[in-house]
Design a protein around this ligand. Sequence first.
Ligand code: 5GP
Ligand code: ZN
Length: 102
Amino acid sequence: MKCIFCAIPSQTYILENTDFYVIPDKYPVSKGHSLIISKRHFEHYFELTDEEAASLLQITRELKASLDAEHQPTGYNLAMNCGRSAGQTVFHFHMHVIPRYK
Ligand code: 5GP
Ligand code: ZN
């Protein structure tokens, strides 16, 4: 096991594709706050391959459709902290998908 995100059990995934899986954030800042996490261990956005970048867009769209249906948010924040000085605390690629409400 390299890190906590390498060790998340697949039974807890709420969505997945070839390159990524999605879980609810342990400390959600809003209803539906989710993390899109790479299946491959690497640190952040700037290390994505072109194929993974396309795959990330695909699963982001799927997750939005699912969150729209479940929670009807009125907006979203998509957030990535790249590097310790930017606030990253888990050094395995993840994107926060944070639904927002009026
Ligand atoms: P970062 O600060 O690296 O951008 O975000 C790390 C995120 O991972 C935080 O929002 C934190 O709540 C979440 N997190 C940390 N450990 C776990 C865990 O074991 N399970 C889940 N579901 N989320 C976690
Ligand atoms: Zn990892």
